[in-house]
Write a new protein. Structure first.
Length: 473
């Protein structure tokens, strides 16, 4: 007899679109999996982006790396994380969400412990730091599998909000890390366990740093979260699928369109998160920007977690339209803040403009992911004209999960591209203006792409959605 008994790790009867099943059985199980997923994803983001804080301190403790080398170290975790997401996005239907969440969280121990060891040795060569930067990408890969996993648990009406909560609170890991790391590296409370401090010299003033704490502090939390995932999460039997069956999304044009749009939202969030601390300290060296760096990811994560319902109610395609217009305006404000049009450079305007950008990236992260299931449901009658409503629904759920994961992989490359564009612009012209103008043009192109395919009245979502909703009921 099939069962969705929460004491069983494998759910053999899972019908979230059935209102009676969802109310009596589905919602409590889905909620438990969501709230266990969140801390695991939060830790993944913390490890993924911890390198941006470590890099900003390397010169102070005696590592002789150039500014270009430092920007490379800042960008590499995003490069490896984005690449790993391509593979991670297909693993949940193959291995199961419970097993993969546990294993992928435990893998975070590699960069966490590695950072703690490497920064204590002044003779550590640059290639070791490159390897550790790439290993931090293990945290970036986790997002694709986590989002694909949670998407299977929720009905369409609540999927946007559930994904927004998982991603939003997961994204919060960047802010938690940027707030916590400056505290723990300045404290010697764990010195008997983690080792001696390093001598830091800033503007001729000597101080002590325990930079190894930036890695070691996460170890007990990683072990606890992985254990919780193994004990409390579930696998959904009907979500099992081979790689070949999921690979059909590579033939779907909407997969590639949503990759483009998500590069503009999440790519901007993670790219700005990685670049903001170093960019701020480079352009405004007297601002002590590292103290405030955590606020950007905090604003972006919070806006993502809290605005998923807006897209569920009004339609993600409409929200996305305003997101990219607002982001283009934000870039214009950043250009003004650095004196691009003759104004006096202002850190206050610079900081406020980036907070605006972070807020809209979060809203856009939620809106674009809300669009994906709606798009695939609307397109299934064309893709599967002979199939019944139940078969179309199952196929749309599988393909939506794969597209959510794969688009998150492509979007994550923004974490590599944005720091590198800033670095190249600074190297070539002495300022970030060229990079910012590229971002401005890109956001306007996203406005156009979203309108052509999804926002206008004759688009797929508006022309067919009423019919599909009726067929899916």
């Amino acid at each position: 007899m099939s069962s969705a008994n929460p004491s069983s790790h494998v759910l053999t009867d899972w019908r979230p679109e059935d209102p009676d099943f969802w109310k009596a059985t589905g919602r409590p199980i889905a909620s438990r999996n969501l709230w266990i997923s969140i801390p695991n994803l939060l830790l993944a983001f913390a490890i993924w982006m911890v390198w941006s804080m470590v890099v900003a301190k390397l010169k102070l403790i005696g590592f002789d790396f150039t500014t270009d080398q430092l920007f490379w170290l800042t960008a590499l975790p995003a490069l490896s994380g984005a690449t790993l997401r391509i593979f991670y996005s297909f693993l949940v239907p193959i291995l199961g969400g419970r097993l993969w969440t546990t294993v992928s969280t435990l893998s975070l121990l590699v960069p966490a412990i590695g950072i703690g060891l490497a920064v204590q040795q002044p003779e550590t060569p640059y290639w070791v730091f490159v390897a550790l930067a790439l290993a931090c990408g293990l945290g970036g890969g986790n997002f694709a599998s986590s989002m694909a996993n949670i998407s299977f648990f929720y009905p369409k009406a609540e999927k946007g909000n559930a994904l927004a909560l998982n991603a939003g609170f997961g994204n919060l890991g960047v802010s938690v890390m940027q707030f916590l790391v400056p505290l723990v590296i300045a404290a010697g409370a764990f010195a008997p366990v983690v080792g001696a401090p390093q001598v830091a010299i800033a503007e001729g003033v000597r101080s002590e740093l325990w930079l190894q704490n930036a890695g070691f502090v996460w170890v007990p939390f990683i072990l606890a979260a992985a254990s919780l995932a193994w004990v409390g999460m579930n696998d959904i039997a009907s979500a099992k699928a081979s790689f070949s069956s999921q690979a059909v999304v590579f033939k779907r044009k909407h997969n590639w369109i949503m990759c483009y749009l998500y590069l503009g939202t999440f790519g901007s969030f993670i790219g700005f998160s990685a670049a903001f601390p170093l960019l701020s300290s480079t352009l405004f060296p007297d601002s002590n920007a590292l103290q405030y760096a955590f606020l950007g990811p905090l604003v972006g994560a919070g806006s993502r977690a809290l605005t998923g319902w807006v897209s569920d109610k009004f339609g993600g395609e409409h929200v996305t339209h305003w997101v990219f217009l607002a982001m283009a305006a934000g870039v214009a404000a950043v250009l003004h803040s650095i004196g691009a049009w003759g104004a006096e450079p202002s850190f206050a305007i610079f900081f406020a403009s980036f907070m605006w950008l972070f807020a809209w990236t979060g809203i856009g992260n939620a809106s674009t992911f809300q669009m994906i299931p709606a798009i695939m449901r609307s397109d299934m009658p064309r893709l599967m004209p002979q199939a019944d409503a139940a078969s179309r629904l199952k196929a749309s759920e599988m393909e939506s999960a794969a597209i959510v994961g794969f688009s998150s992989a492509i979007g994550a490359y923004g974490g590599f591209v944005i720091p590198k564009l800033f670095g190249e612009s600074l190297k070539a012209t002495g300022g970030p203006e060229t990079a910012l103008l590229i971002f401005f043009a890109f956001y306007l192109s996203c406005v156009a792409v979203n309108w052509v395919f999804y926002g206008r009245k004759s688009s797929l979502l508006h022309a067919q959605q009423p019919v599909i909703l009726g067929a899916a009921q």
